[in-house]
Design a protein around this ligand. Sequence first.
Ligand SMILES: Nc1nc2c(ncn2[C@@H]2O[C@H](COP(=O)(O)OP(=O)(O)OP(=O)(O)O)[C@@H](O)[C@H]2O)c(=O)[nH]1
Ligand SMILES: [Zn+2]
Length: 359
Amino acid sequence: MSLDHYGWNLFWSEAFAPHLAAGLKPARVVCELRRKFYAVQDADREWLGECRGGFFHRHAQTSDFPAVGDWVAISHREDGQRVDIHAVLPRRTKFSRRAAGEEDIEQVVAANIDYVLLVSGLDRNYNPARIQRFLVAARESGAEPVIVLNKSDVHPDPESVKAEIAQLVPSVRIILTNTTRRRGLGELRKLASPGTTLAFLGSSGVGKSTLANLLTQDDFLPTGEVRAKDSKGRHTTTRRELVRTPSGALLIDTPGLRELQLWVADEGVTETFTDIVNLARHCRFSNCQHETEPGCAIQAALENGTLDTERYIHYLKITGDHAPKPAARRAARAVANKPGWRKKAFEPKRGGRRITPDD
Ligand SMILES: Nc1nc2c(ncn2[C@@H]2O[C@H](COP(=O)(O)OP(=O)(O)OP(=O)(O)O)[C@@H](O)[C@H]2O)c(=O)[nH]1
Ligand SMILES: [Zn+2]
């Protein structure tokens, strides 16, 4: 087994150079066992890793600690079982959350994801506004979002939905899937190329586990267990949160990702709605509310059709701090009153017991 199988490449080996000089070895975090304890995979096998030294500096942030998907610098202990984790390589992408009431505490729930597959079901779950919210979170993470419209079998015209979403979010890849008749899975597998790290995001019941199982062609999610020994020589069974698929891709599925509360940060919004943000810069007044002001570039674009009204309404709903024109406001309220719009937390996977080194 080579570390390349876990996504190691030139980028990471360059980033790791100083640690290599210090006599440390690279490993990837495959599971968070409990606070400051992780299962890490190096070129040989999986180890029980413990954070050391600098991590416990009193100015350390929660986000400085390793997360699943991170590359870390390790050293082996003399007992030949545990490893010490000394440092985390700078992340290329990360999903974080902030617990309610702890606005300033960032907790990273998964790192270094290349593609985030935003899954919706084309049944009652389908809601373009929710897709937009997921998209904002994806943009914020730095991972490339891919929209997966699953359960295409239960919709009379899935292509029209795809076209609608494509209009809302040009430039984002959209895949129609149907796990029952196995449609669209080839496109999904193309993304799952060797060394690529993926994650599924979406509301409960949209088919994430079904898709993940098909991608891995076996039922690894509930049963993907590996054995590691702790320092007392007892065997510990850990559920991996980063798993290799037969195609050689890495799939991340952490409780934290599932519980992630979607929140909107300015960066993500700016990224997703660059065209609208740019338009607003052309308004005559810098404090333009885009309602009745003369020389408003947004109103002009809405009137001449260069800016899609639906898209603008979604933008308003996501940013929340702008007052739309009365007509747009009425339409926005009608959309917002539809069931299913409210923010919804990720539900923890049923039966996903986590086992700590002391079990
Ligand atoms: N009709 C239809 N049903 C599907 C499809 N894909 C999944 N389902 C069904 O949808 C239900 C939910 O699927 P899951 O894979 O458990 O959904 P999930 O997103 O993992 O849900 P959580 O575990 O709650 O997060 C199951 O009954 C699946 O059989 C599909 O393409 N078409
Ligand atoms: Zn304006």
